[in-house]
Design a protein. Structure first.
Length: 123
């Protein structure tokens, strides 16, 4: 024996590639560049199965009270634009989306409004 353990590394949950490798505490897929922690992937799957999950633009799961940053300049009717990088705190996720908007938040300088999860990134 050379002292190396035969540890089974799970396949990639995104592309099902078997060529994954460990990098510290996480597992990385060289085929699609997806990186995950094996225990967290199972928790996320259970959360998704439990109900609808709202994710930000980069795929992180959002929850009520999170802080997010705007990643795209937004034009607002009757007001000034919301610039990239604007930090919004204390978001509220909507169970029923309003015109495709699934987040309600108070945006600094713009007031209370609805946002789409595709234009925010978890801060």
């Amino acid at each position: 024996m050379s002292g190396l353990e035969n540890v089974e590394i799970p396949p990639c949950p995104e592309c099902a590639s078997e060529y994954t490798y460990e990098s510290g505490a996480s597992v990385v897929c060289p085929m699609c560049s997806y990186e995950w922690v094996p225990g967290e992937a199972e928790e996320a799957a259970e959360t998704e199965a439990a109900g609808s999950v709202i994710k930000d633009a980069v795929g992180k799961v959002l929850s009520d009270g999170d802080s997010v940053s705007i990643i795209k300049s937004l034009k607002v009717k009757g007001g000034s634009d919301i610039k990239i990088g604007t930090k919004v705190t204390g978001i509220r996720l909507l169970s029923e989306p309003v015109n495709g908007h699934d987040i309600e938040a108070k945006v600094p300088g713009a007031g209370q409004m609805y946002l789409k999860s595709s234009v925010v990134k978890k801060a």
